[in-house]
Design a protein around this ligand. Structure first.
Ligand code: UD1
Ligand code: CA
Length: 452
């Protein structure tokens, strides 16, 4: 089914170089949330009415290609629909029209307005349009729904054109319409711009349709917050809060404990298993996934990170990292891209990892840096030890075998390989490979006689 998303407006109130509908909330641009709602309602033939600036940046930001029609100059919402229809072959059936700045809409709401347009039988007047309305707290900048004595919708009046009596009406036009496309095409050329904003209002189609004897059916949305449009950054923050609360609620219903939803920040790509616990002041972003029984937080941020089962992560920052089961991280650890921790690994306070794989049961419990490295299982990487992975020009790799013991304040100058079961003494500066079972100490590190 066909849909138009109106998104060519200047969005001046955002005061931004970025087109309004590309501003993100909960991990995705506004426009992506709208497209997802359309998808959920089976509206997969989507055309975006865009400004040239939006058109230039849209595909890259969304990560997918949508059909666009450029509207230039932007002479109002009615003009935007005219521009789109001039570009599309006439279609049969319903045409859904909504805006790119309403990221809280749901597939359910769209299905409702499409169902209202569907022919009912019984021989009444032809339905030109079904539209979503909502009762809102006042004052409001939304267009007012004007009904007649019989409760039938007669017109939509914009705030700047409204009489005081019309301004007092608290039923608003959400800006979501299902049109009979044939009738809409016939009515659009009759719009005028004789109004306070000098624009061609799509909303004026309603009075024209009614004057021609067609029906306009309102679909009252019980929760006005679903229809909130975003015009500035204050409204963006309010919408983010609502969307975040929705995501928290959804995961709590799936069996996740969220200590404080007010300070838990989730994004729409996040996946959580049951019996996950999220402690206060924690953000899970991007494609982060957390396995059953794991606890994240407080004061933590995970981006595009996958966490296994029964892990404990506190007061830490993890980016593009992978954790197996029963892993402990923090407090105050920093896992940078490519940290890959096998089951049972422990990472303690003030430890930084980057592009490093740690095998089963390995530990770096305090004050360490491990970068561009591969550690076997049960390696002990002591306090203050580091991989010197950068020689000023190149990044070099460190390899450490199973059961090796890297002593306090060891500096492993890469490229270097430490064999299985080897030991580096406290403070050693290791500049050559260490054989399996070998023990080295000093600066530069030299072999100790084998243990007797
Ligand atoms: C519009 C409605 C109003 C409704 C409100 C709901 C009109 C005249 N008014 O007002 O009744 O209560 O939405 O959110 O329709 N756009 C274009 N080209 C243009 C102008 C706008 O594509 O020339 C796009 C905008 O980018 C935006 C959408 O249309 O996504 C709505 O335009 P906006 O200026 O935000 O209209 P509102 O004043 O919010
Ligand atoms: Ca708007």
């Amino acid at each position: 089914m066909r849909a138009l998303i109106l998104a060519a407006g200047k969005g001046t109130r955002m005061k931004s170089a970025l087109p309004k509908v590309l501003h993100p909330l909960c991990g995705e641009p506004m426009l992506a949330h709208v497209v997802r709602a359309l998808d959920a309602a089976g509206l997969n033939d989507v055309t975006v009415v865009a400004s040239p600036e939006l058109c230039a940046r849209m595909d890259k930001t969304l990560g997918r290609k949508l059909r666009t029609v450029i509207q230039e100059p932007q002479l109002g919402t009615g003009h935007a629909v005219q521009a789109a229809l001039a570009d599309l072959a006439p279609g049969e059936g319903p045409l859904l029209v909504c805006s790119g700045d309403m990221p809280l809409i749901t597939g359910e709401l769209l299905r409702g307005v499409l169902a209202a347009l569907a022919p009912q039988g019984g021989g009444g007047p032809r339905v030109a349009c079904a539209l979503v309305t909502a009762r809102m707290p006042m004052p409001s900048n939304f267009g007012r729904i004007v009904r007649d004595g019989g409760g039938r919708v007669r017109a939509i009046v914009e705030v700047r054109d409204a009489t005081p009596e019309q301004l007092a009406l608290d039923e608003m036009n959400a800006g979501i319409y299902a049109f009979d496309e044939g009738l809409l095409r016939a009515l659009l050329p009759r719009l005028s711009n004789h109004n306070a904003q000098g624009e061609y209002y799509l909303t004026d189609v309603i009075a024209l349709a009614v004057a021609d004897g067609h029906a306009v059916l309102p679909v009252l949305c019980a929760d006005y917050r679903v229809t909130l449009g975003i015009n500035d950054r204050v409204e963006l923050a309010a919408a983010r809060r609502i969307m975040n609360a929705r995501l928290c609620e959804q995961w709590m219903r799936e069996g996740v404990t969220i200590e404080d939803p007010e300070t838990t920040y989730l994004e729409s790509g996040v996946k959580l298993a049951r019996d996950v616990t999220i402690l206060h002041n924690t953000a899970l972003r991007g494609r982060t996934q957390v396995g059953e029984g794991s606890s994240i937080g407080p004061d933590s941020e995970l981006l595009d990170t996958s966490v296994g089962e029964r892990c404990l992560i506190g007061r830490s920052v993890l980016t593009e990292s992978r954790l197996g089961n029963d892993v402990r991280v923090g407090p105050f650890a920093h896992l940078r891209p490519g940290a890959d921790l096998a089951d049972g690994v422990h990472i303690g306070d003030y430890v930084e990892l980057k592009n490093a794989r740690l095998g089963k049961g390995s530990k770096a419990n305090h004050l360490a840096y491990i970068g561009d490295a591969e550690l076997g299982s049960n390696v002990n990487f002591s306090a203050g030890a580091i991989t010197c992975n950068y020689d000023g020009t190149n990044k070099n790799r460190t390899k450490i075998g199973d059961d090796a013991f890297i002593g306090t304040n060891s500096s492993l100058v890469a490229p270097i390989e430490i064999g299985e079961g080897a030991l580096t003494g406290a403070g050693s500066v290791v500049i050559r490979d260490v054989a399996p079972g070998e023990r080295v100490v000093g600066n530069p590190a030299r072999a100790l006689p084998p243990k007797t």
